[in-house]
Write a protein that binds this ligand. Sequence first.
Ligand SMILES: [Cu+2]
Length: 136
Amino acid sequence: MMRLMATLTVAALFVVAAAHVAAAELKPIHTQKTKDVVVALASESGQWKQGKNEFVLEFTSAKDKQPVDAGKVTLNTSMTMSGMAPMIAGATLSPDKSPGRYTGTITFPDSGARQVTVTWDGPAGKGSTKFSVSVR
Ligand SMILES: [Cu+2]
């Protein structure tokens, strides 16, 4: 009986942990609507800061809001600085379990406005979009 109780407790903990990850509060950093897809950038804090950042990138259909399998996705950033070559930083992205959802990390050496370029190439087609995000 004790063993069964222990097993059930462990199982219950796994369920709680899984639910927690799925329900993790994500605040939008930027949402970019293109002709076909909506690209949503979000994180727990809702902003990018100097240093290392974790974030989620989500692709949904502009028509019916359903997840879109974006296939191979890249996210690159550039910062224009006067009298200097632009500062370039790219994200490391990996597909999440949920379709159309990617988790990523990116590191910024300093704060300031970034020009962000997201590209995708998947079964639903390929595309790219640019937008600006301010790094705090
Ligand atoms: Cu800079």
